[in-house]
Design a protein around this ligand. Structure first.
Ligand code: PMP
Ligand code: GLN
Length: 389
């Protein structure tokens, strides 16, 4: 259909997300898709049974705006058990339509036109467009290659009277790096005496390797009082397509969050919330995730050891970064497209997460896949890049 309207695009520079682009290209080329982050294996049927039961029992109407009390209680219990603080079920926990909505809503609730928001570069793709949608300005602190650690002295220099918010993400997508307790101590020094809100994206909170402990902002009392913490059931229970997540924060911050949430989403799928509330009662289901993915990480890294890819450290998330300078001197986007078309393995170029397109010639593999998928990918990579002796 044609329109006669003259569209004055609000976002003339904005393209389609790299995850959509690469997943589509993978499908078109018949490539093994290790690009977009999602599991290719089935979630636990016990979760489906729980949701189905609630549907059949007639729990199919609107949930309360903040989420089903049963699920908010289960979230509050989990957070208290893992990190210490007890968030109030009535006023300090909200269920969202995934983490993306939670991040959008938090930014929309706090950031005004002209406000500055500090993000760490490379930066997960949804943060900056959201900040700009509400008229804010993203200010970039760098994560230092190749360990992707923050430079707190640089962050100190970026803080101005206009800084409204700082967005953290640990475990970090795309790099697999982690913030430590020492990082949080440094951050608290910088924020003391300011009104800066911390938005902490902790969707990979249960996916940390080699015995590392997740440094949740809610476990740090001085940071928790100014933090909105976001997580997602998509990552934890292998259900990225369900789009259900949550936010915890002090009540005064949550009151502002809900002002936006109620007119943006209002409420989330009722039977799924009830099913999740039941499913969460068995803590081994989230506590077992680190071991489950560590096996996948190690399996995938071993498979790639025979190839010329140089694997960077992966301390958390289900993403593995790799340098490819021994294979090609193409820019990373061209390399990722070439790999998808010619080698038959789709990956994500890491430069898309850099504000200025900076290219360290690194690509991201997702290893949240069945063993057979990882084996199929490795077979193609070895065929292309490992010379027979
Ligand atoms: N933040 C990060 C760092 C992510 O990797 C993702 C999804 N991959 C999200 C947020 C969005 O999560 P959801 O699918 O629950 O919206
Ligand atoms: N966050 C997922 C990734 O990093 C993808 C989510 C999406 O497609 N928006 O691959």
């Amino acid at each position: 259909m044609q329109t006669s309207l003259q569209i004055d695009s609000r976002f003339p520079q904005m393209g389609t997300t790299i995850f959509t682009v690469m997943s589509r290209m993978a499908a078109e080329c018949g490539a093994v898709n290790l690009s977009q982050g999602f599991p290719d294996f089935q979630a636990d049927p016990a979760l489906f049974d729980a949701v189905h039961k609630h549907m059949c029992q007639g729990r199919n109407q609107y949930a309360p705006m903040a989420g089903m009390p049963e699920l908010r209680q289960a979230i509050s219990d989990k957070v208290a058990a893992l990190y210490g603080p007890r968030y109030d079920v009535e006023s300090e926990v909200t269920v969202t339509a995934g983490a993306t909505q939670a991040l959008f809503t938090a930014i929309a609730a706090f950031v005004r036109p002209g406000d500055e928001v500090i993000v760490f570069d490379p930066v997960y793709d949804s943060y900056v467009p959201t900040i700009e949608t509400v008229g804010g300005k993203a200010v970039y602190a760098r994560l230092q290659f190749p360990d992707y650690t923050p430079d707190w002295a640089q962050v100190a220099q970026l803080i101005t009277p206009k800084t409204r918010m700082i967005v953290l993400n640990s475990p970090h997508n795309p790099t697999g790096s982690l913030l430590t307790a020492v990082d949080l101590d440094k951050l608290v020094e910088l924020l003391r005496g300011t009104n800066i809100v911390v938005l902490s994206d902790e969707v990979y909170e249960h996916i940390l390797f080699d015995g590392e402990k997740h440094a949740s902002l809610c476990a740090h009392p001085e940071l928790a009082e100014r933090s909105i913490i976001v997580s997602s059931f998509g990552k934890t229970y292998h259900i990225t397509g369900w789009k259900i997540g949550y936010v915890v924060s002090p009540a005064e911050l949550m009151a502002e969050f809900r002002k936006v949430h109620q007119f943006n989403v209002f409420t989330v799928h009722t039977p799924s919330q009830l099913g999740l509330a039941e499913y969460m009662q068995d803590a081994s289901r989230h506590l077992g995730l680190a071991g489950f993915y560590q096996e996948k990480r190690d399996f995938f890294r071993n498979l790639l050891a025979a190839t010329p890819f140089e694997l960077l450290p992966c301390r958390g998330t289900y993403f593995q970064l790799a340098r490819y300078s021994a294979i090609s001197d193409l820019p990373d986007r061209a390399f990722a497209e070439w790999m998808t078309r010619e080698v038959g393995v789709a990956v994500i170029p890491v430069s898309v997460f850099h504000a200025d397109g900076h290219d360290d010639r690194v690509v991201r593999f997702c290893f949240a896949k069945k063993e057979e998928t990882l084996l199929a990918a490795a077979e193609r990579l070895c065929k292309a890049f490992v010379k027979p002796r």
